[in-house]
Each structure stands twice: as C-alpha cells, then as structure tokens.
Design a protein around this ligand. Structure first.
Ligand SMILES: *Cc1c(COP(=O)(O)O)cnc(C)c1O
Length: 230
C-alpha cells in the first residue's frame, strides 16, 4: 500500500513535469513522515526513497536514533532557537528558517560542530495571519543579513500555501514565490544559492511543480491521513 502510494505520487510528479516540459529529475520528493511510525519509513527505504520530512524535533531525533539505515532528514516544521542544537547535525536541510534570530542560532551551533547548515527561507506567500514565514517585503533584507553567516548556506525558499479545496487557487502563490526565487537568484548574493524551491503538499504539489517547485513535501498522499488525537 505505502509503496503503491509512493509510486502513484511519483507518477503524478512525472505527469506534471511532462505537462510543462520539465525533467522529473529536477523535482525532489520529500516524504513527510511526521506522526507516522518508523516501520513506514523502513518500508519505503526499500524502494530507494531517501528524503523524509519531519515537523517535530523530538520525533525527528527519536527516528534518527532508531532507523536501521541512514536517511536524509528534512526539518520542515517551525523550529525554536533552543532546539536547533538537537537537529543541526541530523538534517540535510532546514526548510523553516523565518528570522535572523533563528539563523543566528543555527550559525552558532553549526560553527561549534564545524559544519555548514543548508537552509531555506520560509515565506508566508499568501500572508496568512496564522502561518509562520516572512512577508515578501522583508525577505530580501533578511536574506542579505543571513547570507553573512559563514556556517549557514541559503539554498532557496519554502512556503506552505493555504489550505484550499481547489489547488488551482494556490497557483498564483506558487507563481509569485517562483518569481521571487528567480529574482533573488539573479542578484548573485554571496553565500546564497537559489537552487531549491520547496512548495507543494499532497493537495497541491502538481500545481506547484507546474509553477517551478524543485522540491515537494508530500505526507498524506503517501502515508495516509494523520491522527492528531492519538
Ligand atoms: C505536514 C506538512 C506537509 C505534508 O502535508 P500533507 O498535506 O500531508 O502532504 C508538508 N509541509 C509541511 C510544512 C507540513 O507541516
């Protein structure tokens, strides 16, 4: 079942790419395993799926300790500064950096371990009150500031689009974030490489790909519904 779901999502990624003349190799699928058991990840590992996204620091650390083979962990949830130290050397990419304050802490912890943290800047592209992420007006300024940290490497942008019934409603937001991504990339800022655009979830990843996503984060579409009442 899980493997079938994954194959289905991959097929849909291929179709979306084909529709707009993109190479599916340009799109990385992050399987969002939050609140799902380790066994599910172990099963998908058999297919070669290497990228997994987690939202909660404790859960990421638990799975990191227990998994039989190393995988590429992505921190996609809101990150508190006091928890950076737990995940800094366990993740390949932190998607959810939304302040200089947080980046500064990442710099500090990365420097301590002599590593360079790969990060994305989270943008609240639809400017929803309830969402984390930067407003577009402050984005460039904050990227400039974070780019000065030697142990932090900005790789691109990330957003969680609004929850909508029809994914077409989010197309304008994906388009807008892609434009920002390209514009900022053209500025050739030192220590900033705009090569990852993380947008699109179960409900809207195909539209996100059509609009230029290079990374999609799919949970429910692979693992099934999450039970938040457990
Ligand atoms: C939970 C989550 C996802 C996956 O959501 P689905 O709708 O289950 O695909 C993707 N990105 C973020 C930031 C999330 O919190």
């Amino acid at each position: 079942m899980l493997k079938e779901n994954l194959a289905n999502v991959r097929e849909k990624i291929n179709i979306a790419c084909k529709k707009v003349g993109r190479n599916p190799d340009e799109v990385t699928l992050v399987a969002v395993s939050k609140m799902k058991p380790l066994e599910d990840i172990e099963t998908l590992l058999e297919t070669g799926q290497m990228e997994y996204g987690e939202n909660y620091v404790q859960e990421l650390c638990d799975k990191y300790e227990k998994i039989s083979r190393p995988v590429h962990w992505h921190m996609i949830g809101h990150l508190q500064t006091n928890k950076v130290k737990y995940i800094i050397d366990k993740t390949v990419l932190i998607h959810s950096v939304d302040s200089v304050h947080l980046a500064k802490q990442i710099e500090k912890e990365a420097a301590k371990r002599n590593l360079t943290a790969q990060i994305l800047i989270q943008v609240n592209i639809a400017e929803e009150e309830t969402k984390f992420g930067l407003d577009t007006e402050e984005l460039l300024q904050i990227i400039m500031e974070i780019s000065k940290f030697p142990h932090v490497h900005i790789r691109g942008l990330m957003t969680s689009a609004p929850f909508v019934a029809d994914p077409e409603e989010n197309r304008c937001y994906f388009k807008k974030l892609h434009e920002l991504f390209v514009d900022i990339g053209k500025k050739n800022i030192d220590n900033v490489t705009m090569d990852i655009l993380s947008m699109g979830m179960t409900n809207d990843y195909e539209v996100a790909i059509e609009e230029g996503a290079t990374m999609v984060r799919v949970g429910t579409g692979i693992f099934g519904e999450r039970n938040y009442n457990k």
